[in-house]
Structure formats: structure tokens, C-alpha cells
Design a protein around this ligand. Sequence first.
Ligand SMILES: C[S@@+](CC[C@H](N)C(=O)[O-])C[C@H]1O[C@@H](n2cnc3c(N)ncnc32)[C@H](O)[C@@H]1O
Length: 298
Amino acid sequence: MFAIRQATGKGLGVFASQQIRSGQRILSDRALLTISASKTDILSQVTLLPKLDVAALLGLSQNPAKSGVLSWLESIWRSKSAPSNTRLNHTILNIFRNNNFDIGDDVRALFPRVARLNHSCVPNAQGNFNRALDKFTVHATSDIQSGEEITISYLDDHLALRANRQSKLLDNYGFVCGCRACDKTLPESAAREARRAKAIDRLEKFAQSGPADAGKEMDVVLALLNAYQEEGIRGREIATMYMAAASQASKLGFQEKARELALAGLKCEVEAVGGDSPFFAATEKQAKDLGVGVDINL
Ligand SMILES: C[S@@+](CC[C@H](N)C(=O)[O-])C[C@H]1O[C@@H](n2cnc3c(N)ncnc32)[C@H](O)[C@@H]1O
């Protein structure tokens, strides 16, 4: 379904080798290495790995940024690593920083194929850890054409403005993003940023406007959802927003609207994580608790 090859200006990348439909699972990867913040350090963990896994780890990309620091990792490095100044140790730490994913409960992990996915601020796929499978899965969040690069977002705030996104990517990964949303030469670029700025402004005004009622909250979530849709961004965050809007609609007594929003939330969730994910089960339960049990064809 995909091939790993050179992506101009980005090192290696993952490319669709056939058409992939939105919601399709592209890959699921078992961790090469997992690090828990409280229990262990990276270097001693690596010494326990089979040789083939060490070779796979050392084949992953390094972060060229000098200042790129994940403070959590830095503290583990400083407090527990010894000897700390060999070239190999620095390489391992650098690779871990550049490729790890937060999988919840203060655990970070390296996944060999997932680590080849490049970033886009308007990604066409999303990665999530599936606790039931003990694997990191990647799902298409829009239709992907054969030959197209498969991308995910490395950022938490998907609606952030360009300057904000770029400084985070530069600090943490050492690259200047040239994705569609960051490319200032594209005709739609200014309109995109203006739409994002408007949505952020609306959210900030809402946050400052004192106690909110369900009606105001629903309006602001619907406006945000609209902004995400206009940007072509889908995934779990959007599913969460749909469920929040469904909850407000239900509080206001608009059961039909609540049902419609919950169905949209469930669809978005299942497309991003798959029907076998505990995240999806939790969202299904949320819909049931709202009294808007919806059946969705998996
Ligand atoms: C997790 S790795 C992704 C795979 C990597 N390209 C490789 O060759 O293995 C992250 C690194 O890929 C590169 N990268 C990812 N997204 C990029 C983008 N949008 N623009 C430029 N470089 C990017 C950066 O060097 C970043 O530090």
C-alpha cells in the first residue's frame, strides 16, 4: 500500500503505492523501544535490544537542530546517563528525540516505519497508539492518490498560525516546513492564514467572555469545526469537538442535532483510529451516554 523512499528536501518519506481511501488503515507498527519517564533511561534500554533492533534504530533520521530539546528527555539524559559523552550515545539520544511519539501515561516510543512519516500542517493521515493492539496505527484522514506522500502532523495545535507552527517545528525538529499551508507562494495561502486567525480570535474572545452557557459553547465549537473543515483537517481532535457539540446540543434539548453531531464525531473517530481502538469504544460510549445511540457501519 505504501513505499518508503526519498522525499525531496525531507530525507526519506512514505508514499502511497495505490489509491488509499479516507479511513483506511495504512500501517500498524510495534514499538522498537519504549521509554517511561519515571522508570528508565534511553541508553540502558538500548543496550538490552537485539542487535537487529539497534541497527534499525541507528538507521533512523537525526535531528540537525542544535537547540532542539525535549526537556523531559533532557532531564533523563542528565540524571541517569553515564558515560554521557560518547558519540554513539549522543547519536542514540538524537535519534530518539527526532522520532519518538508520546503514547500516553508518560511513555514515549519509537516505531520503525511510523518514524519515516514526514510532517504536514494539512496532513492526509493521522497516527494514534492502539492500546488493544499494542501498536501505533496510521489511518488516512482523506483520500490519498497513488504516488502522493503520506503525511501526519507533528503538532498538537492543528489550527495554529504559520509563525507559531514554524517556530515549534524548527525548535523541536530543526526543519522549516514547506507544506501547502506553509507555502506563502500559493494563491490560497493568505486566505488560509486569515481563516485560522479568525477562528483563533473567536476562541480567545470566547475564553475571555466569562461564564458560558451551552448555546454559546455550541456555537463556538461549531465555528471551530467549520474552520477545521475549511482547512481540510480531520482526525481525533475533530471527533472530540463533534462530541462536545453533541453534548451541548443535547443539553439544549436539540436531540436530532445531537444525534447528527455524534454520528459525525463517531465517523471521524473511526476513520482516524479504526473500529478496534479503545478510543473508538470510548466515543461510542459517550454517544450512548448522551442518549443518542447511533449505529455506524464499520
Ligand atoms: C520523524 S522523521 C521523518 C522521516 C525522515 N524524513 C527520515 O528520513 O527518516 C522527522 C524528520 O524528517 C524531516 N521532515 C519531516 N517533515 C518535514 C517537512 N515538512 N519539511 C522538511 N523536513 C521534514 C526533518 O528532518 C525531521 O527532523
